[in-house]
Design a protein around this ligand. Structure first.
Ligand code: SAM
Length: 525
């Protein structure tokens, strides 16, 4: 019976797509992919050539603030909640639209999922299976609920309780597209001339509108298996093949090169094909708790690094926080800086990104510039795109480990940091190994134990996904440790050449001398 309902809902949806003016190539079909855990998807029923149009969607069939609700409902919302992020505005629109008895969008709403497996819906005991993964700090459930309470609750929309708001907002996060605004070419020409004087035409100022796009959002994704892309020629939206597709193949969109932690957070699934994009994060707080400690740092080979003293640590942090992109000399540019592209664009607490001003529909993409001091650093699998350990992390440790004379030289002259190969000193490598081993120990199980769990199989679905995420992060940490052990650049400018001493047998730990003021501020590990 359920299968019949599923099939009927799909058929009603397909007829509705035609009524909405969506033209579909006879070479594709919507398929029931529940047996592979994907619900619906789109498949090729004959061979398809590269660049063929799979379907065309008029802008009127994209659900957004231009197309949903009555004019009076929309202007009421614009007046009542003028300054909200785009995802929150679209959530409100969908909640209100779903209550309209004559809503033309009903056959579309019927194919949208009731509930996803994205992390906002996980119970605490399920989340605990992610162990020390920092993805749990990025769910932003409480922040989202504050926004629901502040903006949606006062509207008294029937059934718009926090659970329902999360359901709609999480569907938007997993299904919506940011599409360029329709440009009124006749009027835009004159405006462009004026605007040319003010802004550069680098595409960053393009206005976008967050939209639900029926059928385009029925495409699943599997890392680099993407074979189609949504294109926009101002008037219509087109899904095109970006490579030849063989009969029977699934048609995949591109959700981005996301680590499995983020895939799980945003989309509620993971597959092995995303494993190459996994990241492990090292928080700056954990680095600083090591450096701010008043205890000596025990390094491999029985070496001991004396503490730096709190005010000195703070001076070095200040230097690393200087605004602007880091400047490194020589061959640093042979690696892309850090692993920014792997990083989730949304910060903790901004769960349902993209954020942007809602009613003027402009998503701000300005790059504010980054110093080497970040809240956390992404470690990745080394590959053609770069090494495992980002340059910024090396530079931060290098600054913290520089001897006083060379630190002062960099501080006063604002000279560039040395190249990556010179940042990778033996001492930086040893401290990094220590930090990464401590990070590994934050996870309750080892990589080997996780692997055994996965091989044994039969895990509950969410636990299996969590174990894959934490196992992937531990594998990245292992690779980063491996990379750090190869660091062999000279320690000549490094702090502690006089003070790094062989620990005496039984290694007594000496307290560093501190001023009274400093002592009060020292944070114990
Ligand atoms: C844009 S929708 C794709 C259509 C969706 N399958 C449906 O039936 O409504 C994104 C959602 O599809 C599912 N999905 C996409 N790709 C998947 C994959 N490779 N494996 C499992 N589920 C997938 C996830 O639930 C994700 O949140």
């Amino acid at each position: 019976m359920e299968a019949d309902n599923f099939q009927t809902t799909t058929e009603v949806f397909l007829s509705w797509l035609a009524k909405m003016g969506i033209q579909i190539s006879p070479k594709i079909a919507v398929a029931d992919l529940r047996t592979s855990g994907k619900n619906r998807g789109v498949v090729a029923i004959t061979d398809i050539e590269e660049d063929e149009v799979l379907f065309t969607i008029p802008r009127s069939a994209a659900l957004n603030m231009n197309t949903a609700l009555s004019d009076s409902q929309l202007s009421f919302l614009q007046k009542t909640i003028p300054d909200v992020p785009g995802w929150l505005a679209l959530t409100t629109i969908m909640l209100v639209e779903a209550l309209r008895k004559d809503s033309k969008w009903m056959p579309y709403f019927a194919v949208l999922p009731e509930l996803l497996d994205s992390l906002v819906f996980w119970a605490d005991d399920e989340l605990s299976e992610l162990q020390a993964s920092m993805v749990t700090t990025k769910i932003g459930k409480a922040t989202a609920e504050d926004l629901f309470a502040q903006h949606i609750t006062p509207l008294n929309i029937e059934n718009a309780n926090p659970t329902m708001c999360h359901k709609v907002a999480s569907v938007i996060m997993a299904y919506a597209f940011d599409i360029p605004e329709l440009v009124d070419k006749e009027n835009a020409e004159g405006q462009d001339e004026e605007a040319d004087e003010l802004v550069s035409d680098n595409g960053e100022d393009e206005k976008t509108i967050l939209s639900m796009i029926p059928l385009a959002d029925m495409l699943n994704a599997d890392a680099d298996r993407n074979n189609s892309r949504l294109c926009c020629d101002n008037e219509d939206l087109e899904m095109r093949a970006i490579r030849p597709i063989t009969k029977g193949d699934e048609i995949f969109n591109d959700y981005g090169q996301l680590p499995r932690s983020d895939l799980l957070r945003r989309y509620g699934y993971v597959t092995d094909n995303y494993a190459p994009f996994d990241v492990a994060e090292l928080s700056t707080e954990s680095i600083m708790s090591l450096f701010r400690s008043d205890e000596s740092l025990q390094l491999p080979g029985q070496k001991v690094l004396e503490p730096l003293g709190l005010s000195e640590v703070n001076k070095r942090i200040e230097l690393s926080q200087r605004e602007g992109k880091p400047t490194f000399s020589e061959e640093i540019s042979s690696f892309p800086l850090g692993t920014e592209s792997l990083k989730s664009s949304d910060a903790p607490g901004t769960f349902y990104s993209p954020l942007g001003s809602a009613w003027n529909r402009n998503t701000d993409t300005k790059n504010l510039g980054i110093g080497i001091y970040e809240d956390s650093y992404d470690l990745a699998h080394p590959g053609p795109d770069g090494p495992s350990i980002p340059d910024e992390l090396l530079a931060l440790l290098y600054i913290l480990l520089l001897d006083d004379e060379h630190f002062a030289a960099i501080q006063t002259s604002e000279t560039a940091l040395p190249s990556r190969s010179r940042l990778s000193t033996e001492l930086v490598g040893q401290v990094l190994v220590k930090l990464l081993q401590l990070r590994e120990q934050e996870y309750a199980t080892t990589a080997e134990e996780d692997e055994a769990l996965l091989q044994a199989g039969n895990l509950p679905h969410r636990k299996a996904m969590a174990v894959q995420v934490r196992f992937g992060e531990k594998q990245v940490l292992r690779q980063a440790i491996q990379e750090a052990t190869t660091f062999a650049a000279s320690n000549k400018r490094m702090r502690g050449q006089a003070k790094v001493r062989e620990a005496v047998a039984g290694g007594t730990k000496r307290k560093v001398h501190q001023t009274e003021g400093e002592k009060k501020k020292v944070r114990k590990r």
